[in-house]
Design a protein around this ligand. Sequence first.
Ligand code: SF4
Length: 135
Amino acid sequence: MSNWHTLRAHLLHGNLPSEQQALSLADCEDTAALVDVAAVLRDRGHRNVVTYSRKVFIPLTHLCRDVCHYCTFARTPKKIDQPYMPVEDVLALCRQGADMGCQEALFTLGEKPELRYSAARRALDEMGFPVRWSM
Ligand code: SF4
């Protein structure tokens, strides 16, 4: 990439790339050099500060209608104790997280499990949220 060295100097001098220059980075085959520039700019902007937010993970359900092969979260009804986490357990987990200094709650769940599993439909019905089918 003949323009790479020019663009690299441009970026390292603190300039933003134009739209065309930014798009040209997709053609850069020297990934190591690209990573080096990114690291310099990152360190210049943020030093070595790593931030995070304290949060509590709340798996409302592990059921999911999808079967993504990389997924380590979703389970089938036979492999779980209950389709949905009871409200009392959700609140208890929130309180436990707050006691431990968490400032956020991250609700995790699968995609519309009621479309795949009758166990999910029954559980929602029992919780007062009957599934209404619409086309
Ligand atoms: S939980 Fe997410 S990743 Fe896992 S199977 Fe469902 S949609 Fe896919």
